[in-house]
Design a protein around this ligand. Structure first.
Ligand SMILES: [Fe+2]
Length: 425
């Protein structure tokens, strides 16, 4: 969420164009969510495949609830909810708002029907239009709407990850539609880019949108380090599997080892080994495994074990951001979220904004790891180099992959000119 501290004491906007632009953007983002569920049947939209995933119908309603609860309720004179019960049904985790329907039981909501949720979206959109007329020029209104739209884009990615998980459980292996990713070009040799380290600025800078967890911008000291120029591919990871990676305890964190043993894991989520070779379930259905493509759908534990096998480690989020800001890396935001070894914790000086919206990010800063970048399922323009995604160490249903790091920069030995250099691995 943007720095909601800026929501207080706001001034009327000077830039008269920003309101209309935001109104157009609102229409596009809300319509894109509808486009994403168009390939789905009503049954697809209702089912919840696991507690971590939500039904598409719930995502449709919850993103609408966000605008109803945080914008309409604040700005609409004589506000009345579309349906009072929705306040509980579609509240995700905001304790400051009140009761919540239990997350693992979102798939039990056969009522409201899907058409009623679509009507809910339509009515709230209409009421938002009226609010744009009256308040589109106000900074506080604009910031809340921006937050709601970035929130909706986060749920657009979740719709895809959750639908993929749901369809993967169907023996028919039905495609969602379209192509999950463009056919890949040869990945090429993995190269290392060295960074001299020193004091780096980390965190969002400037006046455009960011979530509160990207603030405040601050300094961190980095030791010399190197990052892989590209992501780990399916082919790279196959070599780890063939080398007995899942059967070698010395490669695994203790918790990770116990977890793969308890769950009998020996390959990434959605991979399948048959007599005909390896295949993977994709949004386009079951496909032969493309060894050139970046690896996706692995946990932090698997990423960490692979890195150890490769005589490397995962980057810290500060190392990743420092490198990405210098634009020296490929595949930063369009293939896979990249696990870092950084625990998801507050930046120095971070304070959650006041009120229920302060629950957006801050209260999740425990027992999770930061992922950087963005994936093929991330809406265009949604992420930034300072963007901090976060998931528990066992999460695999997100489009999560690996960029390797190593200690030291060979530039220290060879005294190159500039902050970075490449050398073949
Ligand atoms: Fe949400």
């Amino acid at each position: 969420m943007n720095d909601t501290r800026r929501l207080e004491g706001e001034e009327a906007r000077i830039d008269a164009d920003r309101g209309p632009r935001l109104r157009e953007h609102f229409g596009r983002v809300r319509a894109h969510t509808i486009d994403l569920v168009r390939p789905l049947s009503e049954e697809d939209c209702c089912v919840q495949s696991m507690p971590d995933a939500s039904p598409a119908k719930w995502h449709l309603a919850h993103t609408t609830w966000f605008f109803e609860t945080f914008v309409l309720e604040k700005y609409e004179p004589g506000f009345r909810p579309f349906m009072p019960a929705f306040r509980i049904l579609f509240n995700s985790y905001y304790n400051g708002i009140g009761e919540k329907h239990p997350r693992p039981q979102r798939g039990m909501l056969t009522r409201p029907a899907l058409y009623e949720v679509h009507l809910y979206r339509k009515r709230v959109n209409e009421r938002m239009e009226a609010m744009f007329e009256k308040h589109g020029h106000e900074e506080s209104f604009r910031l809340l709407v921006e937050l709601g739209l970035h929130h909706e884009q986060q749920h657009q990615e979740l719709i895809l990850t959750d639908v993929k998980h749901l369809l993967s459980l169907n023996p028919l292996k039905p495609p969602y539609g379209g192509q999950e990713r463009e056919p890949s070009a040869p990945a090429g040799a993995l190269e290392w880019t060295g960074f001299d380290g020193g004091i780096a600025e980390v965190g969002h800078d400037g006046n455009d949108f960011c979530f509160d967890n990207e603030l405040p911008r601050h300094r961190q000291y980095l030791q010399p380090y190197s990052l892989a120029s590209r992501l780990v591919t399916n082919g790279d990871y196959l070599r780890f599997i063939e080398d007995g990676g899942y059967n070698r305890p010395e490669l695994w964190l203790s918790e990770g080892w116990d977890w793969i043993r308890a769950n009998a894991l020996a390959q990434p989520l959605y991979w399948e080994s048959t007599d005909a070779g390896w295949s993977e379930f994709t949004l386009a259905g079951q496909r032969r495994l493309d060894v050139e493509r970046p690896l996706i759908h692995i946990s932090y534990f698997e990423a960490d074990a692979y890195a150890r096998w490769a005589d490397a480690r995962l980057p810290t989020e500060a190392e990743w951001e420092n490198a990405a800001a210098g634009q020296t890396l490929r595949q930063t935001a369009d293939e896979a979220w990249q696990w870092t070894q950084s625990s998801y914790s507050p930046y120095p000086g971070f304070r959650s904004p006041e009120g229920a919206l302060g629950e957006y990010n801050g209260k999740f800063m425990v027992n999770q790891y930061v992922l950087r970048g963005g994936s093929c399922a991330t809406p265009a323009g949604h992420t930034r180099t300072t963007y901090r995604n976060f998931f528990p160490a066992t999460a695999r249903w997100q489009f999560s992959g690996i960029r390797l790091a190593r200690d030291g920069s060979s530039s220290l030995l060879e005294k190159p000119v500039g902050a970075s250099r490449r050398d073949a691995a």
